[in-house]
Design a binder for this molecule. Structure first.
Ligand code: TXA
Ligand code: MG
Length: 316
């Protein structure tokens, strides 16, 4: 627990310097990225990383992404490859995470990787995230800044309502532009899509000139697939709904009458940016949620992945 509550820091040089200091003390700082808000801690400090899992209530077998300021920084921790170079050149900085074999002498806490011999690395594009990484000067482990299993945060308010009082500070820089988490590509073995996200699969395959292996749900290698229910509002979620039934609120897509629209114009990038905020808003109504069909292409693949998990049966 943070004795004096959670500090609100603004994304100016002073706020960034304070946030970097807190990270150096082994404390946790939530910060804006282009995808969702991350809950950052020093990736080389085992106690800091342990407190990330504790603050989120996250199972410690679910590894974290190490955020670094450049591809050059990433190469200090992982074994690089031609494919990694190609993807980094095309999509970094940006919403792409690569899983690569750890390098000898890497210094990353084994809690970050949950004991695996691979590390997920990402160079974020967001100005505030980049400034924080530069000021801190080392790798920052950062899962999404929400209690485990709940809806991901795309504003500082979402972070505050989920984790306020449990973390040292929130570096507020407004709503996240992409709105869904990074795409995760596994490059430790056969190149594979471990999680659809902010970079469209089509774009990755076109840059690589090859298809990625797609893991089936329930496959042990699927990054987030170990936990089928995720991103879950309190109320039930019904997918591919043409119209609401009973007490349902309808989350629309395209020109449909509804309670809240992800994108009236039917734009998938806009819909991704609005997704988690819309789920937070509709969740607050306490009513069951119905969702319009979303095309399964571009960022629609990531949107549908998150919606399927939001709608999945819950264990708890
Ligand atoms: O956009 C994002 O990626 C955001 C922002 C904050 O950067 N972060 C994020 O982290 O979504 P998180 O912890 O919510 O999701 C990380 C995912 C998990 O599903 C985890 O299983 C997977 O990455 N992962 C991490 N390390 C891995 C590894 N070595 N092998 C396979 N999957 C891994
Ligand atoms: Mg998450």
């Amino acid at each position: 627990m943070i004795p004096n509550g959670t500090l609100d820091l603004s994304a100016d040089p002073d706020g960034i310097a304070q946030a970097a200091d807190l990270l150096r003390q082994g404390l946790l700082v939530a910060f804006a990225t282009e995808t969702v808000y991350g809950l950052g801690g020093d990736a080389c400090n085992g106690r800091a990383v342990a407190s990330i899992y504790a603050a989120k209530g996250r199972p410690s077998f679910n590894p974290l992404i190490a955020h670094v300021s450049s591809a050059e920084a990433a190469r200090r921790f992982v074994q690089w490859s031609d494919m990694a170079e190609t993807l980094a050149a095309a999509f970094w900085p940006g919403p792409l995470t690569m899983v690569l074999p750890l390098k000898e002498g890497h210094r990353i806490s084994s809690l970050v990787t949950a004991g695996l011999d691979t590390l997920a690395v990402r160079v974020p594009a967001h100005g505030t995230a980049r400034a924080l990484l530069t000021a801190f000067g080392g790798p920052v482990a950062a899962p999404s800044a929400n209690p485990s299993g709940q809806i991901s945060p795309t504003t500082a308010d979402h972070v505050r309502s989920g984790l306020g009082g449990r973390i040292a500070a929130i570096l507020d820089d407004g709503p996240c532009g992409v709105g869904v988490e990074s795409t995760i590509v596994g490059l430790a073995g056969e190149p594979s899509l471990l999680r659809p996200g902010g970079v469209a699969l089509e774009d990755i395959e076109s840059v690589l000139g090859t298809r990625l292996h797609l893991h089936q749900a329930g496959d042990l290698l699927t990054a987030p697939g170990q936990l089928q229910s995720h991103y879950a509002p309190d109320a039930p979620v019904r997918l591919n709904a043409e119209s609401p039934q009973g007490d349902e609120v309808l989350l629309g897509f395209g020109p449909v009458p509804c309670d809240l629209n992800l994108s009236e114009a039917g734009d998938l990038d806009e819909a991704a940016a609005n997704l988690f905020s819309a789920l937070h808003t509709l969740n607050a109504t306490g009513r069951p949620i119905a969702v319009s069909p979303i095309p399964d292409q571009g960022l629609g693949v990531a949107i549908n992945d998150r919606l399927r998990r939001a709608a999945a049966p819950r264990d708890t």
